[in-house]
Structures are given as C-alpha cells and as structure tokens.
Design a protein around this ligand. Structure first.
Ligand code: PMP
Ligand code: GLN
Length: 398
C-alpha cells in the first residue's frame, strides 16, 4: 500500500525524509543511538544525566501512593495551574488567571504543536529564527503554513533587525521565538524583543514564545516577551518542567496566554493527548514553589558546566561561541580542519569517543552551507563526564 499524507508533510518539513523517501529518525534519536552503539559520551541529545530536586521526585512518588493516577482535568490539575500562575507572578510580575489563562500540556512539544495547528491556516506564514528547534519546522509543515526564517549568524547568533523587519509582513500569522535559544545558547536582547512586539502589532501577528530554558541563564536575566508593553494580549508563552527540574521524561509542559487564544489551542490539544502525567503534575507544582535559591542553584551549577566544557572545546582547538542560556554550546570545527560538521559528528565517536549534533540539523537545506562547520554540544552532564569528554576531544588536535 502507498502511504502518504500528513506524516510526509511533517517529515519533509523537518527534513526527515531520506533520498529513498523513507522516514529518518530525528537527529536526537539518531545521535543517542550512535552513542549507545559506540559507547561514546553522549553530548548530543539534551537531557541531564543526574536527577534534579529530591523534593520533586518524592512528591511524585507520594502522588502515586495518594492515588493521583487517573485522568486530570483537560486544563491540568488546579494545583499545578495555580503554581504556574504563582511562578509567573513571582519571577516576572505577570498576572495569569489559573482557571482561564493556563493549560498544562504533554511537554513543550505538545504546546508548540497544538498552538501552531490551532492558530494558523494553510498558506499563512510563520516566522522563526534559524537555526530552529526541529519540531517547529515539522509542525509548520503539518499545518500547511509557509515557514520564513531570519538567520542567526555565528559567533553571536543575534538577528539583524532589518532582516527581521523584512521577514514579517501582513501574511505573517505567528512570530515563533525561542529564548534562551536551542541550539545556539543565545539570548535575545530587549531591543530585539521590542522589535518582535512592534512587528507583531503592526502586522497583526501572534507571538508564540518557547521559553523552556527560562531558568537556565548565565548572567543576564531572562525577559519573557509577554512582559513587554503591547505583547500580552497576542502572546502564547510556552515552558516545560523538563529542563528546570531535570525531568525531561515526565513531559510536563504548559502554556499561558489570553483566554481566547488558549481556547483555540485547547480545541486541538484535547484531541492530541487530552491530558497526561497525572502524578507528575502535583510534583511539578511543588517544584515551581521551591525557594529562589533552588532556581539560582540550577543556573549556577549549569554555568560551571558550561565553563568547563567550553574551556575543554577551546583547548581541543574549536572556536567556541559563548552560551548565554540553555544547556548547549556551539563550537566551530573549522579551525581544526573539519569543514563538514555532519561528517565530523558521524566520526566523532571513533575520533574522540564523544557524540554531538551538527547545527545543520537545525537549518533548512537552503542554508546548510552557512552553518556547515558548526557543532552543538550539550553540557547538562556530570562534571566527571564533561572532564572526560574534554580530555578525549583534545585528541582531535593531535
Ligand atoms: N523547545 C525547545 C527549544 C527544546 O529544546 C525542547 C526540548 N529539549 C522542547 C521544546 C521540548 O520540550 P519537552 O520535552 O517539554 O516537550
Ligand atoms: N530538546 C532536546 C535537544 O534539543 C531533545 C529532545 C528530543 O529528543 N526530541 O537535544
């Protein structure tokens, strides 16, 4: 039987169809499989190799014992929605109605999918920066929208404001931003955020903002775009517990935003998963209520790991961009004589016993050559693992 349909659009959008038309795994799945089969250190897929806060883990065990094991309400358990609302107020001064302006989702991935599917019509344009997280392109393609991108160029990965102005037009339905940014580790400065808001207002576009790394920043504070004047009534803000609490496998995410926009998104979300993660929801509510030292601690531990791996990569001969947030750092392999990072990543387990991801996996075919020698390394790993990886990567320059 010939199969075709939505999966092909999604796969093509995410550049996951091989020359033979077969579906390829995502770059993260491919690189984690390579790490498994070679025994190399996995600095590819971004997930921590240590558990996070014990209070949060214990709260989940307790919730299972206490019987939080059936379907939560469609919006998520009130205790978590209230904790999300309190978190937005505590950290950013935002007022979010827990009953009307919050939806709990199956990770940020579902929040992104449901937002894009609900809010665009076929033929509308969605503007993202490039490189972009892989699910954006897949969901934009699946929705039938047209994907326009604005380049973020090495080494600082900040957008050119004129290019951003040219990309947003009356055809734009959504400006989809990701701050702090995966894969580059860049953070958007206030003038850029202001320009996004100005353009969204001028062209009557919505803003969807993926802030899953909101607490993983190294020095400069995170500015949620929804806090800017003129933003809140057209912005859907998405986050996830996976990164902050080292619980990527729990898939607890959420979105906040104006009630009418969230109602539209809920219409799609309720037929994607309906609900998920019952006992993990009250546990994440505990996490969101932890004292500020917890959040500062997460960022400062990660900052030391960033410094350790960045120094190791520099010693190994890479030219390293400064990561301002997220748990990723971009390194240019050109000074080591490697001009094709995709080739390098395939042989890196043999050359250095390390797995990483080429930045070309996060860009359109058209722009692959602009990013050809760049590699993304994840530093959300134990210190001894990062030290070992650094020592092994030093073999590249010998
Ligand atoms: N957005 C970005 C930028 C991410 O890096 C990730 C995952 N690493 C996600 C969304 C997906 O988050 P979740 O695992 O909560 O679905
Ligand atoms: N977001 C993680 C990363 O960027 C991977 C998530 C996934 O495997 N889909 O590495």
């Amino acid at each position: 039987m010939e199969l075709s349909g939505a999966w092909q659009s999604a796969a093509r959008g995410a550049m996951l169809l091989g020359g033979d038309g077969a579906l390829k795994p995502t770059i993260f799945a491919e690189m984690s499989a390579l790490a498994m089969s070679t025994g190399a250190i996995n600095l590819g897929q971004g997930f921590p190799d240590e558990d996070g806060s014990p209070e949060v883990l214990e709260a989940a065990r307790q919730a299972i014992s206490d019987g939080w094991n059936q379907y939560p309400p469609g919006l998520g358990f009130p205790v978590l929605r209230e904790a999300i609302s309190a978190h937005q107020h505590r950290f950013y001064g935002l007022s979010v109605d827990p009953d009307r302006e919050v939806i709990v989702t199956a990770g940020a991935t579902e929040a992104l999918a449901a937002s894009i599917l609900a809010l665009v019509e076929p033929g509308d344009e969605v503007v993202t920066f490039e490189p972009f997280y892989d699910s954006y392109a897949a969901m934009i393609a699946l929705s039938g929208a047209v994907h326009r991108t604005v380049p973020l160029r090495a080494p600082h990965f900040q957008p050119d404001h004129d290019e951003l102005r040219r990309a947003v037009t009356d055809r734009t339905r959504i400006i989809l931003i990701n701050d702090p940014h995966n894969p580059t580790g860049a953070m958007m400065d206030r003038p850029t955020l202001e320009l996004v808001v100005e353009l969204a207002n001028r062209h009557d576009a919505l803003i969807v903002t993926d802030e899953v790394y909101e607490h993983l920043t190294f020095g400069q504070p995170h500015i949620p775009i929804a806090t800017l004047p003129g933003a809140s009534d057209r912005t859907v803000t998405i986050s996830s517990a996976g990164k902050t609490f080292s619980t990527t496998g729990w898939k607890v995410g959420w979105m906040t935003g104006p009630h009418d926009l969230l109602q539209a998104v809920l219409a799609v979300k309720q037929f994607l998963t309906y609900v998920n993660a019952a006992p993990f929801q009250p546990a994440i509510a505990v996490g969101l209520g932890l004292p500020e030292e917890f959040f500062r601690g997460v960022a400062s531990v990660l900052q030391r790991k960033r410094d350790l791996l960045s120094a190791g990569l520099t010693r190994a001969g890479f030219s390293v961009s400064e990561s301002q947030g997220s748990y990723f750092v971009v390194a240019d392999a050109a000074p080591l004589g490697f001009t094709d990072a995709a080739d390098l990543c395939r042989s890196l387990p043999t050359l250095a016993g390390v797995v990483a991801v080429p930045i070309s996996a996060f860009v359109t075919d058209e722009h692959k050559s602009d990013y050809a020698s760049l590699v993304r390394f994840a530093f959300c790993k134990r210190v001894d693992v990062l030290e070992r990886a650094s020592a092994q990567l030093a073999r590249l320059s010998r």
